[in-house]
Design a protein around this ligand. Structure first.
Ligand SMILES: [Fe+2]
Ligand SMILES: [Fe+2]
Length: 143
């Protein structure tokens, strides 16, 4: 696929994600089940998140001298080793959050609450993986 065609698809998806956010905003007031409301709110925030990520992707693929994403460096005065250290600390925090959620899940018999907690636990596992990938790829020591 040409990068122009890909950019078109990404633009279309950004439009769909943003419209979805507006739609949910309109509907959410009328929804009275608390669990349904929480999950719809999450879907909305995920759509906002997807739109932001897609906008970043669009920037990379439409830039003049487009390069693979992991190779796009940002000029910065921030010490990369400090950033890496901070990211590694965030990974520890994610593990701590996961530990808390697992205890909370054991502490309740409420099926609905357990479902929501499990949902968060899956997010934390995903966040941990993402941080691991960022540390490995974006802060790898280049020869
Ligand atoms: Fe999405
Ligand atoms: Fe997290």
């Amino acid at each position: 696929m040409s990068s122009e065609a890909l950019a078109k698809l990404v633009q279309e998806q950004i439009r769909v994600e943003k419209n979805f956010v507006l739609d949910i905003d309109k509907q959410i007031e009328g929804i009275h089940n608390v669990a349904a409301k929480l999950l719809l709110m999450e879907t909305k925030m995920d759509s906002q998140k997807h739109a932001m990520i897609l906008e970043g992707i669009l920037k990379v693929i439409t830039s003049k001298n487009a390069r693979p994403l992991w190779d796009t460096l940002q000029d910065t005065y921030v010490d990369k080793l400090v950033v890496k250290k901070n990211l590694e600390n965030h990974m520890k925090t994610e593990i701590a959050m996961l530990g808390l959620i697992e205890k909370e899940m054991k502490g309740t018999e409420d099926e609905g609450i357990r479902l929501l907690l499990e949902h968060i636990a899956n997010d934390e596992k995903k966040h941990h993986q993402i941080l691991e990938t960022v540390v490995r790829q974006a802060y790898k020591i280049k020869p």
